[in-house]
Ligand binder design. Structure first.
Ligand code: AMP
Length: 214
């Protein structure tokens, strides 16, 4: 299964991705996590993106596409993955299409977590409070000003992907304002319907080829 979780910062993509990992044994590919690891390790990529990320802006498409292209070639991602935070621009989505097409793969679904922007700031504030309570290190980009930039980047650069994937027939909108468990259940329903539809399509194409050969 190859999935994309789409939604603004704070929509719950990371939380739902972790649940999908546990349930379906898929690997979660979070470009934000990969980039933060590069920053932490002080690699050349990390040095290039550190300031961009701290401002809440988007990193260059070619750089991010290169990282994802390599990552989905690794053995643990061959049977499926959940992309969390990628693609974030139409050129990234087009590059992903080319990468998958070259391997003969398709996207199974793009799950769009629809959320009310006003609620996002409260969610981020809750996340900061929880992390502080657990004594966890805070992310550089978890503050109101940077969140404002991240939301602006989402509206201007990422939201056009909704139309892009709707047109391809793979977009599955879900109410991301529901409780975490309800969102998980809605995603489950989408994936169950998708695998039932795939099963039907396979059965029909088998029937057709049997009719042709008889
Ligand atoms: P995230 O953890 O997904 O919220 O990402 C944190 C930051 O990493 C973003 O604000 C961007 O600066 C950068 N980033 C993550 N994914 C991408 C991407 N697909 N394209 C460009 N920048 C990205």
């Amino acid at each position: 299964m190859r999935l994309i979780l789409l939604g603004p910062p704070g929509a719950g993509k990371g939380t739902q991705a972790q649940r999908l990992v546990a349930k379906y044994g898929l690997v979660q590919l979070s470009t934000g996590d990969m980039l933060r690891a590069a920053v932490k390790a002080g690699t050349p990529v990390g040095r290039q993106v550190q300031q961009i990320m701290a401002r809440g802006e988007l990193c260059p498409d070619t750089l991010v596409v290169g990282i994802v292209g390599q990552r989905i070639d690794e053995p643990d991602a061959r049977n499926g993955f959940i992309l969390d935070g990628f693609p974030r621009t139409v050129p990234q989505a087009m590059a992903l299409d080319r990468i998958l097409a070259a391997k003969g793969h398709d996207l199974d679904a793009v799950i769009e977590l629809q959320v009310d922007e006003n609620a996002l700031l409260r969610r981020i504030e809750n996340r900061i409070a929880e992390m502080k309570a657990k004594g966890e290190a805070l992310r550089d980009d978890d503050n109101a000003q940077v969140l404002h930039n991240r939301l602006k980047a989402y509206r201007e650069m990422t939201a056009p992907l909704i139309a892009y994937y709707r047109q391809k027939g793979v977009l599955r909108p879900i109410n991301g304002m529901a409780s975490i468990d309800e969102v998980t259940a809605a995603i489950d329903r989408v994936l169950t319907l998708k695998s039932a539809a795939d099963g039907l399509a396979r059965a029909e194409s088998k029937k057709k080829s049997e009719q042709l050969s008889s």
